[in-house]
Design a protein around this ligand. Structure first.
Ligand SMILES: [Zn+2]
Length: 309
């Protein structure tokens, strides 16, 4: 029998008709069953009990904590020129994916930018190469704290962060946080007036969640504590005085590639060690992801909030 607290959705507060389902650890093939609550009102999903020893689910080689790769001299010049030409709409070749989700922000090079849950800090490093000068990364699992001109990386969780920022980004870290409403409140306090908050997360609006259920790879039990819907993100923002200005779906082929892998009973270690995926499918899956993104059915999205206070 569930306690009262656990029947309540931590996204919208609904306690009526919520259901429970079991999800399993699939990325590492560890198994284990974890209870998740499915909110009948806002359609977000959330873990019921957080395991005592979460560190066992974050192995040494967890992807977010590989070594930061630095570039030098000419390569850095190239990165700077490429970004400038892109901003001027004069770059017609391939470019890093993060350009897409940064462009709606219109952020100046000297803006105070925080990346919460920055992993090894690679994204901020890339931004520093393109000319941004006031960059702050925070991650409770950061291996080494560093401070160089314009870029500071600190081993801190959200609640230890202080200061005020023009832009705060969470790139696939919000879903790892325990209490989404408290997290949003703290984030709103860290924003300067007119400051912007970008949260990139998996979303339950996904067609793949509807069709494949617990094999959906971004369920990622038990690491993902809370997976919102568009509706619950809007509600969370409203509760802390942040306006949701824009939602852009940015899902990719992984929603098919990795979900199919899990359906076949395989894990990511097996995926990485063998070439299991037929490359000719990848092109089709990329196109399918683009269509789902256009129709608001992709499995992840960028949420752009603004502090109007
Ligand atoms: Zn809810």
């Amino acid at each position: 029998m569930l306690g009262e607290r656990k029947k309540i959705c931590c996204g919208c507060g609904n306690d009526k008709d919520n259901s429970i389902f079991l999800a399993h650890e699939k990325m590492l093939g560890m198994g284990g069953a974890f209870e998740y609550l499915n909110c009948a009102a806002c359609k977000s999903i959330q873990i019921v009990d957080i395991p005592d020893h979460m560190d066992v689910y974050y192995p040494e080689n967890y992807y977010a904590f590989g070594n930061l790769i630095k570039s030098k001299g000419l390569r850095n010049q190239f990165k700077k020129i490429r970004k400038t030409l892109f901003d001027w709409k004069l770059w017609f070749f391939s470019y890093p994916e993060y350009y897409n989700w940064l462009s709606p922000l219109k952020i100046s090079k000297d803006a105070a930018i925080a990346d919460i849950g920055c992993g090894n800090g690679q994204l901020l490093y890339e931004l520093s190469c393109t000319g941004y000068t006031n960059l702050h990364g925070f991650d409770p699992y950061l291996k080494k704290e560093t401070s160089t001109k314009g870029l500071k990386l600190q081993r801190k969780g959200l609640y230890e962060v202080s200061g005020q920022f023009n832009l705060i980004m969470l790139n696939h870290s919000f879903e790892h946080m325990v209490n989404p409403l408290e997290s949003m409140k703290k984030l709103s306090e860290l924003l300067k007036p007119k400051g912007q908050l970008l949260i990139r997360v998996p979303v339950t609006d996904a067609e793949v969640w509807e069709k494949e259920g617990i094999n959906w790879f971004q369920l990622d039990a038990p690491r993902h504590f809370f997976i919102p819907s568009q509706l619950s993100m809007r509600i969370l923002g409203e509760k802390v005085g942040l306006k949701l200005n824009l939602v852009v779906f940015d899902s990719n082929e992984n929603q098919f590639v990795i979900t199919n892998l899990y359906k076949d009973g395989k894990n990511m270690k097996e995926y990485n060690s063998t070439n299991l995926i037929n490359q000719k499918f990848i092109k089709n899956w990329k196109q399918k992801a683009d269509i789902l993104n256009e129709t608001g059915k992709g499995d992840q999205a960028c949420f752009y909030f603004k502090n109007n206070g």
